[in-house]
Design a protein around this ligand. Structure first.
Ligand code: PEP
Length: 261
């Protein structure tokens, strides 16, 4: 797989739950994607685990890769209810979203757990999309840089220089996720500041050559109307898209805007 400069990731979360919803989404996505040209951007669709197989069978396109929203850190064994990176790979998944704030909040995932998962995913040949970012309280207390630094350093503790370029870092301002209000977004300058911080930390640990190869993207209420401001202006390499990924025309529009930058 050739790595593109930009990446636009759909995080469907726990949605598309019925066959009807799924069929409706596929029909609209295939229509929206017709005649789509992207020169330097890949689309990654991350459905719920149980839909991965049907996604890879229904959508055959050089522009689209697949992933999941989580995985376990071991490759196989007595871990009831967990899904291994190896299964994801064997079903055609290439990416995995890890450290998402909803998993940190509702499932108690710590940086230590996320670090194990990042290492386990890389071992299986998956490309982790590692989420870092501050919540509303941390933002109010001016802790943005401290939180992002700590999460990034801890979650990458098991990642070597040889593998770091397979990781995409997603800065998600947690307070902006699902907010969908234009005045409830970080500014382009704030996002650029976090991107520079991430690059600085990566450069210190892995050197500038490896750090330059790591894609940094933004997530949190990205829709067609906001993609220019929160992705193109701050010069990030793409977006993690939640709500708008359920609306194929808007999702494809985001990919086009990011590709045109
Ligand atoms: C997310 O939760 O990863 C996300 C980006 O959600 P939304 O786009 O709906 O804010």
């Amino acid at each position: 797989m050739t790595k593109k400069q930009n990446i636009v990731v759909a995080n469907f979360k726990m949605n598309l739950n019925t066959k009807l919803e799924l069929d409706h989404w596929f029909a609209n996505f295939l229509k929206a994607k017709k005649n789509l040209r992207l020169s330097n951007t890949e689309i990654v669709l991350c459905p719920p685990f149980l839909h991965l197989d049907v996604f890879t069978k229904k959508i055959k396109s050089k522009l689209v890769e697949f992933g999941t929203q989580n995985c376990f850190w071991e490759q196989k064994g007595a871990f009831t209810g967990e899904v291994s990176p190896a299964i994801i790979r064997s079903l055609g998944g290439r990416y995995v979203i890890l450290g998402h704030s909803e998993r940190r909040k509702y499932l108690g995932e710590s940086d230590e757990i996320v670090a194990l998962k990042v290492a386990g995913a890389l071992k299986a040949g998956l490309y982790p999309i590692l989420c870092v970012g501050e919540n509303a309280r941390e933002k109010q207390n001016d802790m943005l840089f401290a939180v992002v630094s700590k999460q990034l350093k801890s979650c990458l503790s098991g990642v070597s220089r040889g593998r770091i370029e397979n990781v995409t870092i997603c800065y998600e301002s947690v307070w902006a996720i699902s907010a969908n209000k234009p005045d409830h977004l970080p500014t382009s300058n704030e996002i650029m500041g976090v991107k520079l911080l991430i690059k600085k930390i990566l450069t210190k640990k892995y050197g500038s050559v490896a750090a330059n190869r790591v894609r940094v993207i933004y997530g949190g209420s990205v829709v067609g109307k906001t993609a220019e401001d929160v992705c193109v202006s701050p010069g990030v390499n793409g977006a993690l898209v939640g709500g708008a990924s359920l609306v194929p025309y808007d999702f494809i529009k985001i990919a086009q805007i990011i590709d045109g930058q």
